[in-house]
Design a protein around this ligand. Structure first.
Ligand code: NAD
Length: 473
């Protein structure tokens, strides 16, 4: 089967499929779908060996219906204009879906970070930021980047420092980028937020016995076998929190090979092995999977692609043995694969919903930066004291002595508690809304899948926001 869709065409195909279920004017749907603005720029950098190299960078702001726009910056050799626009569009729908008041954006630089020294990466990141400033593609009220594939806290700190040095408004400049280190005005819980959100989303999806029954699975995450592709920020945190939820991570696949143990892998020990040797291959507690593609076809309950787009294709979809595909990466399933997997009765939990934890906590970080106060700072001590007073009163009145574990529960919420609680609520609410939409639009002729239901919800939210502007009747 030919897979002739570009990434952006694939996103638009999903959009069109969902738009059929709505009654908005064609012009409005076209406006929602189109990319509002994008920019490709090149600049030179001096390599450590003295040679000059031209670097290609992009930033796309898919939708200005809400400002600022928001989306990560990725460093990968696969970066091109189509990919960046497609990812920016996904950000628009994702933000709408989880009710985060941003338009969608994305940026990228075409490079393999493993081929550059830290000081070269710093020069590239700072120059890229300078280009964004010159073109008005960054600012707390304009466009706010975050980490994505190949970038992390360090790059975000360089972006902040460069922007801050040049910003006319120093008061709010720290809100120009999210995913920053804690010491650089980041927020507790952002680093693991996408993975944590994946697990909150999966927990909710797997909690419903009636949805698990057709898959031959019992409700709950406990004991479910999981294979994770990509052991970077999203893959590692997803695996870690799945393990904490008593799921069994039996396989991890990286680009140069995977590891497999049907009894479950100890995630922190795998991390330690990688720190010592530079790779997960050779981890002593597991079998080696020489060819990473084979890892995707392992027998498991849940397959979590957490690396890149286009990993599940028409070629390998017939051999996928998982019952649930949890799209932690953006766009990991091609349209042809999607059709094959849906027909085979495999439940696909879509990227637009499942990896929205990152942008949700980025929203909290942005709010924290604009309000210049750590969440929980004002109330924590007061809450602590009133909870303790209440506990002592109950103990005195009833004679019951709370155990250490029960005492642990009665403490004032710190920033990370509040962030995780907001994230959990966001993921649960969004999942329930998608599921409701799926039930509402499903009939004998149409089996509305979760991806389509997610797009329907996103289209409704964005359309409503345009209608309120009075542009469309
Ligand atoms: P990352 O750079 O931290 O990690 C990616 C990992 O995937 C790396 O370990 C890399 O070696 C591995 N990898 C690359 N190609 C692979 C292949 N073919 N097979 C197996 N492993 C491979 O990136 P990340 O931030 O974890 O992002 C992963 C995905 O999640 C991307 O699609 C990204 O857009 C999406 N995402 C990330 C965030 C975030 O907060 N970082 C938020 C939402 C979505």
């Amino acid at each position: 089967m030919a897979e002739s869709f570009s990434f952006f065409q694939k996103v638009n195909r999903d959009f069109d499929k969902a738009a059929q279920f709505t009654e908005y004017p064609r012009g409005l749907l076209a406006q929602i779908k189109i990319c509002n603005s994008s920019c490709h720029f090149t600049f030179p950098i001096k390599r450590d060996d003295g040679t000059i190299q031209t670097i290609h960078g992009w930033r796309a702001e898919h939708s200005h219906h809400k400002l600022p726009t928001k989306g990560g910056i990725r460093y990968s050799t696969l970066v091109n204009e189509d990919e960046i626009i497609a990812l920016a569009a996904l950000m628009t729908y994702k933000c709408a879906l989880v009710d985060v008041p941003f338009g969608g954006a994305k940026g990228g630089i075409q490079l393999d970070r493993r081929e550059y020294s830290d000081s070269e990466l710093e020069r590239i990141t700072r120059r890229y930021t300078y280009e964004l400033i010159q073109k008005n593609y960054i600012g707390p009220g304009v466009d706010v980047p975050a980490p994505d594939f190949g970038t992390g806290e360090t790059e975000m700190a360089w972006i902040l420092d460069t922007y801050f040095a040049m910003a006319p408004d120093k008061l709010n400049a720290i809100a120009c980028v999210t995913g920053k280190p804690i010491e650089q005005n980041g927020i507790h819980g952002r680093k693991g937020a996408t993975g944590r959100g994946v697990v909150f989303g999966l927990e909710e999806a797997c909690s419903l016995a009636e949805d698990m029954k057709p898959l031959g699975l019992s409700p709950g995450l406990e004991g479910k076998s999981v294979v994770v592709q990509g052991f970077g920020n999203v893959g590692y945190h997803t695996a870690k929190y799945l393990m904490e939820a008593d799921a069994r991570v039996i396989g991890i696949i990286e680009r140069n090979g995977g590891i497999y143990n049907p009894r479950g892998l100890d995630i922190e020990k795998v991390v330690m092995h990688r720190e010592e040797t530079g790779m997960i291959r050779g981890y002593p507690g597991a079998e080696l999977i020489e060819n990473p593609n084979d890892g995707l076809e392992l027998e498991c309950d849940i397959l979590v692609p957490a690396a890149l787009e286009n990993q599940l294709t028409a070629e390998n979809a017939p051999r996928i043995k998982a019952s649930i595909i949890a799209e932690a990466a953006n766009g990991p399933t091609t349209p042809d694969a999607d059709e094959i997997l849906q027909k085979r009765g495999i439940l696909i939990i879509p990227d637009t919903f499942l990896n929205a934890g990152g942008v949700t906590v980025s929203y909290f970080e942005w709010l924290r930066n604009l309000s210049h106060v750590q969440f929980g700072r004002l109330g924590k001590r007061f809450e602590d004291q009133s909870q303790h007073a209440m506990r002592r009163a109950v103990e005195k009145a009833t004679g019951y002595q709370f155990s250490e574990d029960e005492r642990e529960l009665t403490h004032g919420a710190d920033e990370e508690d509040l962030v995780n609680s907001g994230l959990q609520d966001t993921m649960i609410t969004a999942y329930q809304e998608i599921r409701e939409t799926r039930m509402q639009y499903r009939n004998d002729k149409n089996d509305v899948d979760y991806r389509t239901a997610a797009f329907i919800n996103a289209i409704h939210r964005i359309a409503q926001s345009y209608m309120q502007l009075g542009i469309f009747p």
